[in-house]
Design a protein around this ligand. Structure first.
Ligand code: FAD
Length: 481
C-alpha cells in the first residue's frame, strides 16, 4: 500500500522528517503539495492568500522540489483546494497505508492538519505528524503561568537553554513513486505573472530551491567575518539572504543552526558573528511563536492601547511611499529595491516602516499588506511582528516616540550613498554630502548633477521635523485617552 507525504512550507528533501520516515518504509510514495486558498481557516483575519511575489516564489520552489524528487525516482503531485479534504480523499482513493507530514504548529495551518488527522482517523488510515521547522515548539517556551514570552532576550535565552535541536536528517537517496496518480499542471495555478510580466527583477535576483539555499548558506558562512556590524549596512552584501528559503522551508532552521555552529567551531574568530546570526534566526522563531499565540497578528495591535491611534488616511502619500517617490532617498531606494527584487535590506525595512507609520501617520497594517504582496520572504509571523515592532504596538517593541531620521539613517548606514545610487539612479551624480538630502544642495549643484527637485526627483512629501512633531503629538494624544 502506498504512503502519502504532504509537503507544506517545507519544500525540500533533506532534513524532512516526514519524507525521511516515509521513505524508510520502502512503500511506493505519493509526495503531494496542495495549493490551498479555500480552507475556512485560511480566511482573514487569521490568514490570507499568498501575495504576488510569494506566489512567484512558490512556483519556482515547487519546480525545484519536483526536479529533486524526480532525480531520486519520486514525483511531485500537485492538487488545489481545501488541503484536509483533498488529502483525505486521495488517501482513501489509493488505499494509503499512512499519511506523513511535518507539523506546522501555528494557527490556521495547525487547524487544517487537525482536520486532516480527524478525517484520516475516521477512514481508519494512519497518520504521522513529525517535528516541524521550529527550533523549539511554542508549548516548550512558556512563563510559569503558561503564557508565551513577549520579550525577545529571555525568549532566546530559553531556546538556547534547550541545547542543540535534534540533528538534521539526510535526504533519501532513492524513492519509488506510485505511478498513475493524477497531478495538476503547475501552470494551471497561474502563480506567475504573464502580462505584464513584472517578475524580471525577481528572476534576475533569485534562484529558488533547496540546492540554491544550501549553496547560499555555505558561501555566507565562508565569508562571515563582520556580520555583527556589517549586517546593518545596505550598501554591503553582508547578510545571508536566506529569508525566502527559510520562509518556504527550502532549508530548515536546524540545518542553518548546525552549519553555523560547525563554522564557529572550525573558526573561533567568527564565533561572535555566528552568535549574532543565530540570534537573528531567533527573531524569526520569536515572531512565529508570537503568531502561534496571536493568529490575528497581522490584523490586531498586540498592545490594545494602540487601537485608538489617530491614523490618517492619505492615499497620495501611501502611493508615493509604495512607489519610492517620497523625496527621501533612503526610503525611496528601499521601496524600489522591494519592487524590483522582492526583498529589502533589514535596516532599510525599519526605516521605511518607521517613515510610513510615523512621518506619514499611516496605519502599519497598510504597510504590512504592501510588504505581504511584494516580498518574496513575506512571512505570516515575521512580517506583522516586525511591523508591530516598528509601530510601537508590538511585543518587545521599539518605543513609539523613537522616530528614525531618514537622513541620519542614510548617512550612517549608507555613508557613500552606494545603495541610494543603485536604486535611485536619478540622484547618482550628486556629491556624497547631498545624496541623502538633495534638497540641501543649491539649484546650481542640483543642475550639475542633473537633478530637478519636483521634476525628475520629488521634493520631500513631508518635512522631517514637522512629521516627527505630528507623530509625537498623536502619540501624546493617545496616552491621554
Ligand atoms: P540575515 O541577517 O542573514 O538573518 C538570517 C535570518 O534570520 C533571516 O533570513 C530571517 O529568517 C531571520 N531574521 C533576521 N532578522 C529578522 C527579524 N527582524 N525578524 C524575523 N526574522 C529575522 N523577515 C522575513 O523573513 N519575512 C518578512 O515578511 C519580514 N518582514 C519584515 C518587515 C519589517 C517592517 C521589518 C523591519 C523586518 C522584516 N523581516 C522579515 C525581517 C528581516 O528584515 C529579514 O528577515 C531580513 O532582512 C532577511 O535578510 P537575510 O536573510 O539576509 O537576513
Amino acid at each position: 500500500r502506498p504512503v502519502i507525504v504532504w509537503f507544506r512550507d517545507d519544500l525540500r528533501l533533506s532534513d524532512h522528517p516526514a519524507l525521511h520516515e516515509a521513505a524508510t518504509t520502502r512503500a511506493p510514495l505519493i509526495c503531494v503539495h496542495v495549493f490551498d486558498e479555500e480552507s475556512a481557516q485560511l480566511r482573514p483575519p487569521l490568514a490570507r492568500p499568498l501575495g504576488a511575489a510569494s506566489r512567484w516564489w512558490l512556483a519556482q520552489s515547487l519546480r525545484a522540489l519536483a526536479a529533486g524528487l524526480q532525480a531520486r525516482g519520486g514525483a511531485l503531485i500537485l492538487r488545489r483546494g481545501p488541503a484536509a479534504d483533498i488529502i483525505a480523499e486521495l488517501a482513501r482513493q489509493v488505499d494509503a497505508a499512512a499519511v506523513h507530514w511535518n507539523e506546522i504548529e501555528i494557527g490556521p495551518y495547525r487547524a487544517i492538519a487537525d482536520d486532516l488527522a480527524e478525517a484520516l482517523s475516521v477512514a481508519g488510515i494512519a497518520h504521522h505528524r513529525h517535528r516541524g521547522d521550529l527550533l523549539a515548539a511554542p508549548d516548550a517556551i512558556r512563563t510559569k503561568e503558561g503564557r508565551g514570552l513577549r520579550v525577545f532576550t529571555p525568549f532566546w535565552r530559553r531556546v538556547l537553554s534547550l541545547g542543540d535541536p535534534p540533528p538534521s536528517l539526510p535526504a533519501p537517496t532513492q524513492l519509488r513513486a506510485l505511478p498513475g496518480v493524477q497531478s495538476d499542471d503547475l501552470a494551471s495555478w497561474q502563480l506567475e505573472p504573464t502580462t505584464p510580466d513584472w517578475a524580471g527583477g525577481l528572476r534576475a535576483t533569485w534562484t529558488a530551491g533547496e540546492n540554491a539555499a544550501r549553496d547560499k548558506l555555505k558561501a555566507f558562512l565562508e565569508g562571515l567575518p563582520g556580520y555583527a556590524t556589517g549586517r546593518d549596512r545596505p550598501d554591503r552584501d553582508a547578510t545571508s539572504r536566506l529569508s525566502p528559503h527559510l520562509r518556504f522551508g527550502e532549508i530548515s532552521p536546524r540545518q542553518v543552526w548546525f552549519a553555523a555552529r560547525f563554522a564557529a567551531a572550525e573558526r573561533p574568530a567568527i564565533a561572535a558573528d555566528v552568535d549574532k546570526f543565530l540570534s537573528e534566526l531567533g527573531w524569526r522563531e520569536f515572531c512565529l511563536h508570537l503568531l502561534a499565540d496571536h493568529p490575528d497578528l497581522a490584523a490586531r495591535n498586540l498592545q490594545p492601547a494602540f487601537d485608538d491611534f489617530p491614523w490618517t488616511s492619505n492615499e497620495a502619500a501611501l502611493h508615493a511611499w509604495q512607489h519610492g517617490r517620497t523625496g527621501y532617498p533612503i526610503v525611496d531606494a528601499g521601496m524600489r529595491e522591494l519592487w524590483h527584487c522582492g526583498v529589502m535590506h533589514n535596516r532599510v525595512r525599519m526605516v521605511v516602516a518607521s517613515f510610513l507609520v510615523k512621518h506619514l501617520l499611516i496605519d502599519w497594517r497598510l504597510g504590512e499588506a504592501w510588504f505581504w504582496d511584494t516580498l518574496v520572504d513575506a512571512d505570516p509571523g515575521s512580517n506583522p511582528a516586525n511591523w508591530q515592532w516598528v509601530a510601537g504596538c508590538g511585543a518587545d517593541a521599539a518605543p513609539y516616540f523613537r522616530v528614525f531620521n531618514p537622513v541620519l539613517q542614510g548617512e550612517k548606514f549608507d555613508p557613500a550613498g552606494d545603495y541610494v545610487r543603485r536604486w535611485v539612479p536619478e540622484l547618482a551624480d550628486l556629491p556624497n554630502k547631498f545624496i541623502h538630502q538633495p534638497w540641501s544642495a543649491t539649484p546650481v549643484e542640483l543642475a550639475a548633477a542633473g537633478v530637478t527637485l519636483g521634476g525628475n526627483y520629488p521634493e520631500p512629501i513631508v518635512d522631517h521635523k514637522a512629521g516627527r512633531a505630528r507623530a509625537l503629538a498623536a502619540y501624546a494624544e493617545l496616552r491621554q485617552r
